[in-house]
Design a protein around this ligand. Structure first.
Ligand SMILES: Nc1ncnc2c1ncn2[C@@H]1O[C@H](COP(=O)(O)OP(=O)(O)OP(=O)(O)O)[C@@H](O)[C@H]1O
Length: 548
């Protein structure tokens, strides 16, 4: 049975889901996320101590609500989000359980916006969204329908003024940091995931942009989606937009519950928020070990007024922040807020009929994905000066230099002429392989995008590899062809046998260069399939050598 999402709960009550109005479908599956006793450990390495990043964190997130994960830098916010989204790096060990709608395995319908924007700088905002939409939306959707969704998302994220602007890279001046951040979010809300994770979406933004982004995310949540976002020191207006708050310090839960009741918890624990202070500032001051004592920071930054002096004279307020944190952690464990969280987790576990999407992230067929990825990669490479054009120039100049070394090697019958040809062939192959390095900086940028999209399950590895091969092949073929032609022309290598060597070299050079690219993929992406592809590349290359 599916849970139908009806009516707007506006992030208010604890009911099942939000609304489905105003969007592409009126029935939407919801996502209840529960995590219990979550512990993440970095095992000891070379005799070092084992390090705990999360200590038995328990909590929940529900549809129709936006949750803030707050805490000082290094408190484990990103680690928690990674654990919940199933994206932890391999060097850590996680124990405890994470369940979405009661199931342990996370399938589709999940999106993750990372802290750093990873985008192809050569594309415009609209192109980026359009390619991504075609890669993920169902193949049955018409071009007009896809474009409609793209336009709607552009408007939703306030990107209409820069829709046709380039994102920007080392040689293209692009859109601003805030616009990039909004584009990163737009890319993930494009397919309306039921569960959206965001790692510090407002970092580096001005307060108005931060407010706009969180407001948009709140609207997203109000449409029945579950939104969890880590955030650094939100303004009081931004903080007021959050429904739930999870406060972490040193990997431990300091508070988990309704955001507006956090002030009440701190007051009950003996650390009331001074009037006219931003509550989120107060929470972080209490638990951030960078501050020695609350007293030091209060006294250092401004002259305390009479009410604050009264509070600072409280013995608790003179504690070190580590002690304040420990007090808060203990008080939270036996507080009514923790009891309420546990009983809500039990309620969620008893909800019947919750389903999750069985499919992965993308609903497009692999043929369409291959076409779109090849097209996107081709556009990216042809617009990137470093990828195609500078390399073509360097290849041409170097071919002329190499041509002078093998200038007029003579007829193919003499020993010197044959040796000249062998040397020339070996030189060209090595030269082409090493020159593939020229495209690596751009290629690595593309790999970052690939990693982001791979982790968000936009498409599979095999589709990416083939598309990359197809998009780079015309360029490789043309450059190999041009390089070898120049060298052969200058060396006057033109007999019947030479033409055979000529063709073999062109193909071999293409293969060698593509293979170099594959090796970079294999070194960056731990994936057995990549290893197989590289292995095949090697064997093909060796076979060419044997043939020659
Ligand atoms: N894979 C890992 N291996 C070793 N240590 C790690 C790993 N991931 C995170 N850490 C450490 O765990 C701590 C918490 O990191 P995390 O990125 O979760 O903090 P954060 O609260 O998101 O910080 P910030 O707000 O600065 O982004 C940090 O000290 C970090 O160095």
């Amino acid at each position: 049975m599916e849970i139908e999402v009806e009516g707007d709960n506006g992030g208010g009550g604890g009911g099942v889901g939000g609304n489905g109005g105003g969007d592409h479908d009126h029935r939407r599956l919801v996502a209840y996320l529960v995590w219990e006793d979550l512990t993440v450990v970095v095992p000891s390495f070379r005799g070092g101590a084992t390090r705990r990043l999360l200590h038995g964190v328990t909590g929940y997130a529900e549809p129709g609500r936006i949750m803030a994960v707050m805490g000082p830098s290094g408190s484990g916010k990103s680690t928690l989000l990674d654990s919940l989204a199933g994206r932890l790096p391999r060097n850590v060990i996680m124990t405890g359980s994470v369940r979405i709608n009661g199931q342990r395995r996370l399938h589709g319908g999940i999106a993750y916006v990372t802290q750093h924007d990873v985008l192809l700088g050569t594309l415009t905002v609209k192109e980026t969204l359009t390619y991504s939409a075609h890669l993920r939306l169902p193949t049955t959707m018409t071009k007009e329908e896809v474009n409609g969704i793209v336009e709607e998302t552009i408007l939703e994220m306030g990107l209409q003024n820069c829709a046709n602007g380039f994102i920007g890279n080392w040689h293209i001046r692009g859109i601003s940091g805030g616009e990039k951040k909004r584009l990163s979010i737009a890319l993930e809300i494009l397919t309306q995931p039921r569960l959206l994770f965001l790692d510090e979406p407002t970092s580096g933004l001005d307060s108005a942009s931060a407010y706009f982004i969180i407001q948009t995310l709140k609207n997203t949540a109000c449409n029945g989606r579950t939104v969890i976002s880590s955030i650094h020191q939100p303004s009081s207006e931004v903080f007021a937009l959050f429904d739930h708050l999870l406060l972490l310090s040193g990997g431990e839960t300091v508070y988990h519950g309704e955001a507006k009741r956090a002030v009440e918890f701190f007051a009950e624990a003996g650390f009331p928020c001074p009037s006219r202070r931003n509550p989120s500032d107060h929470f972080l001051r209490c638990i951030n070990s960078s501050f020695d004592t609350i007293r030091n920071t209060s006294m250092g930054s401004h002259k305390p007024h009479s009410q604050e002096i009264k509070k600072l004279s409280d013995p608790l307020m003179n504690l070190a922040t580590a002690d304040i944190k420990a007090t808060l952690v203990e008080k939270y464990k036996c507080s009514k807020y923790a009891t309420k969280a546990r009983s809500r987790i039990r309620e969620i576990s008893n909800i019947d009929g919750l389903e999750i999407e069985k499919k992965g992230g993308s609903q497009a067929g692999w043929q369409k994905q291959l076409l779109i990825l090849t097209q996107r990669s081709f556009v990216n490479m042809s617009r990137d000066a470093g990828y195609y054009w500078i390399r073509i120039l360097v290849y041409t100049v170097l071919s002329i230099c190499v041509g002078t070394v093998f200038y007029d090697v003579g007829a193919s019958t003499g020993y010197t002429a044959i040796m000249g040809r062998v040397n020339c062939g070996g030189f060209i192959t090595g030269f082409m392989t090493i020159m593939a390095v020229g495209g690596f900086p751009s290629f690595i940028e593309e790999i970052k995008v690939f990693n982001r999209e791979r982790l968000n399950r936009h498409y599979g590895n095999a589709v990416y590899i083939v598309s990359n091969f197809l998009s780079s092949f015309p360029f490789l073929f043309v450059t190999s062809f041009a390089t070898i032609t120049i060298v052969f022309f200058m060396g006057k290598i033109r007999s019947g046998f030479d033409y055979y060597i000529y063709l073999c070299l062109v193909l071999l050079s293409c293969m060698a260069t593509v293979e170099s690219c594959m090796m970079v993929v294999a070194s960056l992406v731990p994936n057995y399939m990549m290893g197989i592809v590289v292995g095949v590349g090697f064997s093909v290359r060796n076979n060419y050598f044997l043939t020659i």
